[in-house]
Design a protein around this ligand. Structure first.
Ligand code: GLP
Length: 247
């Protein structure tokens, strides 16, 4: 694993955007794994700028998103589809048909233990050639996508959101009662199968979970620890998110 600490969130985001643009320049039909939340916003803004300057084109790029809420429509302002359209897809030359979200692949549910699994999404990723570069944020409870503590599933599945996630995400809704309680989320193996992963964490409120993620043994109670031994993982932090390391 490589850990990169940048002074500011802007510099950390620019570094991650560079990873994406380098990939897209070298592989026009790159397959991107994309995330939502506040963390990747500046990364996407940087990529839009690079597109506007003519440095990169998304014409042949394919994108797979990590997760989507269940129970709100794609046009709802807090849906992840809407988020991606507004912050990236509508602003670049990507083909909308190449922008996939897991909630569009729910026709063939399979019951695996406690989980409803949607393998069609993982199959679509596989058939596209696999994800070349996956960006991840991290939840305050250590979740990645919506793989919540103790609620780990390998493949794309229905995830029940933790109380702490409902509280964290309520900032985007009128009240916590409006936050969907479930989502469709890529699983740990879906994520782990990416050829390269970049996990970005920004700000002081992520400092505790970043420390736990990097210093704990792998445990389903801190889902991000389960991908720390990925063969090509870069953890990108700003100084605030890195502030509790080595303490
Ligand atoms: C959300 C998303 C995650 C995201 C995380 C952190 O619930 N499902 O993919 O990484 O929470 O969000 P933020 O970047 O806003 O801190």
């Amino acid at each position: 694993m490589k850990i990169v600490v940048k002074k500011t969130k802007e510099e950390a985001s620019a570094y991650v955007a560079e990873l994406f643009s380098d990939l897209i320049k070298s592989k026009k039909n790159a397959v991107l794994g994309l995330a939502t939340g506040s963390t990747p916003l500046d990364v996407y803004a940087n990529l839009v700028q690079k597109y506007e300057k003519g440095e990169i084109s998304f014409k042949d790029v394919k994108a797979f998103n990590l997760d989507e809420y269940i129970g709100i429509s794609p046009t709802h302002e807090q849906s992840y589809k809407y988020f991606m359209n507004v912050n990236l897809f509508d602003k670049v030359d990507i083909n909308p048909e190449n922008c996939k979200i897991p909630s569009e692949f729910v026709d063939h549910p399979e019951q695996r233990g406690n989980f409803t699994v949607y393998k069609d999404y993982d199959e679509a990723i596989y058939l596209a050639g696999g994800i070349d570069l996956q960006i991840l944020g991290i939840g305050l409870d250590g979740h990645i996508a919506f793989n919540e503590p103790g609620e780990i599933s390998d493949y794309t599945h229905v995830a029940v959101l933790d109380q702490s996630t409902l509280e964290a995400n309520s900032r985007f809704f009128d009240s916590i009662d409006d936050v969907p309680k479930t989502a469709v989320s890529m699983g740990i193996k879906s994520i782990y199968n990416a050829k390269k992963i970049v996990l970005l964490a920004l700000g002081e409120n992520k400092a505790n979970i970043v420390k736990q993620m990097l210093e704990s043994a792998p445990t389903g109670q801190i889902p991000a620890t389960l991908i720390m031994d990925h063969i090509d993982l870069t953890v990108v932090l700003d100084e605030a998110a890195a502030s509790k390391l080595n303490q």
